[in-house]
Design a binder for this molecule. Structure first.
Ligand code: ADP
Ligand code: MG
Length: 280
């Protein structure tokens, strides 16, 4: 920790805080996420260490890059895990969406698709490593450059990700925001990579409409809406969008995981291929 100059807090999460810092050696800006282990169960503490390990193995242009992680004791003697990662100066996509909402500036289909395509490229890499992110949402997609044109986004916060098929499966202690959670996750049924596909669909909807795909007055109402499947109140893209995009979106939010395309199929859809080409 002595090797870093901590600047300001950028996020306060469920387990700890995220602080912007500079590495003294070379002045590199980074974010240090500190998670106190004291209040965590053994299973949760294991998840925290897993997040650090996972981030270290997942190297990809659209995944927040990991610099290092280490354990330490805080001033009260409590154990903490520190994860040092690349700083994404543009904040997160949730903030981007809310800025756009205030300005009443809906992005074009092309812009939304270019952001979505980046999230898909990240997920392709994640899934290829047998990892399910489980918490794909706008606040976990970080922006590195918010210059002209669509932002460059990177997937982060692997706090509740799971390696499929890992032994000693942990009980699902921490769960994602229900707004983005696939029906099988809400229902505690077995899930796989397709749960992330659902969440990616929710992100796509939010980018296009500047409002969440699923919203309700209460948690039970929200769960009912997600579980009910197609019908009144279930999100669909209106006729102002191209039919290709509407068809893709409808498939992403298929109630049955097996009816959803996998990430490789999504990346083969012509509108997504075009969007990927524009990103590169
Ligand atoms: P959690 O959601 O578990 O609290 P996150 O990793 O999502 O943890 O971090 C919380 C918030 O901190 C984010 O929504 C974001 O605003 C900020 N943040 C986290 N990591 C970064 C980063 N690498 N660059 C910039 N901001 C970050
Ligand atoms: Mg988060």
């Amino acid at each position: 920790m002595e090797r870093y100059d901590c600047k300001k807090v950028v996020g306060r999460g469920t387990y700890g805080s995220a602080v912007v810092a500079t590495r003294k050696a070379d002045g590199l800006r980074c974010v240090i996420k500190t998670i106190g282990l004291r209040s965590l169960s053994r299973g949760e503490a294991k998840l925290v260490r897993q997040e650090a390990r996972l981030l270290a193995t997942l190297r990809h242009p659209h995944i927040v890059s990991h610099l290092e992680s280490f354990g330490r004791r805080n001033s009260h003697g409590g154990r903490e895990v520190c994860i040092v990662m690349e700083y994404c100066s543009g904040g997160d996509l949730e903030q981007w969406v809310s800025r756009r909402r205030q300005q009443r500036k809906k992005p074009s289909e092309g812009t939304a698709l270019r952001i979505f395509a980046q999230a898909c490229m990240a997920l392709e890499h994640v899934h290829a490593h047998r990892v399910v992110h489980r918490d794909v949402k706008t606040s976990n997609l970080f922006i590195t450059r918010d210059a002209e044109g669509p932002p460059v986004v990177k997937l982060g916060d692997f706090g509740i990700s799971r390696v499929l098929g890992a032994t000693g499966d942990l009980a699902a202690t921490a769960v994602g925001t229900p707004c983005y959670m696939a029906p099988e996750l809400l229902d505690e049924r077995p899930y796989d990579y397709k749960a992330d596909v659902w969440s990616a669909g929710c992100v796509l909807f939010e980018l296009l409409n500047l409002k969440r795909a699923f919203e309700a007055r209460s948690m039970p109402a929200l769960v009912r809406l997600v579980m009910r499947g197609r019908g009144a109140g279930f999100p669909c893209l209106d006729a102002t969008f191209t039919s290709e995009l509407r068809r893709l979106f409808a498939k992403l939010l298929s109630p049955k995981p097996r009816d959803r395309p996998d990430i490789v199929e999504i990346l083969r859809a012509p509108i997504v291929v075009t969007a990927c080409d524009r990103v590169r």
